[in-house]
Design a protein around this ligand. Structure first.
Ligand SMILES: [Zn+2]
Length: 244
């Protein structure tokens, strides 16, 4: 049940026909992992916290630095040197004290990923490298938990939603590896892509709308263009090919 305060806090979204008080209660019962508390993780965490997702587990091993502040809007100048998950948790708890925020200061590896993703309803990709994305993708498929991919570079970004065993996964789309490097980015790009990912998570948790499955949404901020590519499930995929 929603408390009177919750009814007031979420009044405007409860007014949305497809949400209503029942939808709001669904969000309250939901548990979401956000892998990364940086450029993408900031808007994703802010909007899911504001929307009333009951539990949010934020995972990041990094500390805040000055060069993060052009895009990682959960972190402010006073946070430089602090752990990102601690900086983020403080802001999110101030925004909405009713949400359980789990701040996990760890690097995601093959060894710990299963434990880190335990007991959640959705996994959001807010990473900055493909190798960790593969680890998350594989584990999401094993655990049959939806995975919400997002990536950015410069003024460009992309997003796709993965329902294990039903729709194309990240590995159906990408092969090989990309060298890790310092890539360019302006803050508005992760804001756009992170908000698309957060919208997808909310829709999935509520069971409403059309998800961004089997299609990669590409955003070009300079041209002000959204385009999409069909992505087919690969029966030979080494992550999801064996999953029915
Ligand atoms: Zn696949």
């Amino acid at each position: 049940m929603l408390t009177p305060d919750e009814r007031e806090r979420y009044d405007r979204q409860i007014l949305i026909e497809q949400i209503g008080p029942e939808g709001q209660e669904k969000l309250k019962r939901s548990r979401v992992v956000i892998a990364g508390a940086g450029g993408l993780g900031s808007p994703i965490a802010i909007y899911l916290t504001a929307a009333g997702v009951g539990m949010i587990r934020l995972i990041d091993h990094d500390r805040v630095s000055l060069s993060n502040l052009n895009r990682q809007i959960l972190h402010w100048e006073e946070d430089i040197g602090k752990k990102k998950v601690q900086s983020a948790a403080t802001k999110l708890r101030n925004l909405n004290p009713g949400i359980k925020i789990e701040a996990i200061d760890e690097t995601i590896t093959e060894a710990n990923v299963s434990h880190l993703l335990e007991g959640c309803d959705a996994i959001v990709d807010a990473m900055d490298n493909l190798s960790t994305r593969y680890i998350l993708n594989r584990c999401a498929i094993e655990k049959n938990i939806p995975f919400f991919h997002g990536a950015i570079r410069g003024f460009e970004g992309r997003a796709m939603t993965i329902l294990p065993g039903k729709t194309a996964c990240l590995r159906c789309m990408y092969r090989g590896s990309v060298p890790e490097e310092k890539f360019p980015v302006i803050g508005v790009t992760p804001a756009v892509i992170g908000c698309i990912q957060a919208t997808e998570v909310i829709k999935y948790l509520l069971g409403i709308g059309q998800l961004l499955t089997n299609r990669l949404l590409m955003y070009d901020g300079l041209e002000a263009l959204f385009t999409e590519f069909a992505v087919n499930r690969n029966p030979e995929c080494d992550h999801c090919g064996q999953i029915k």
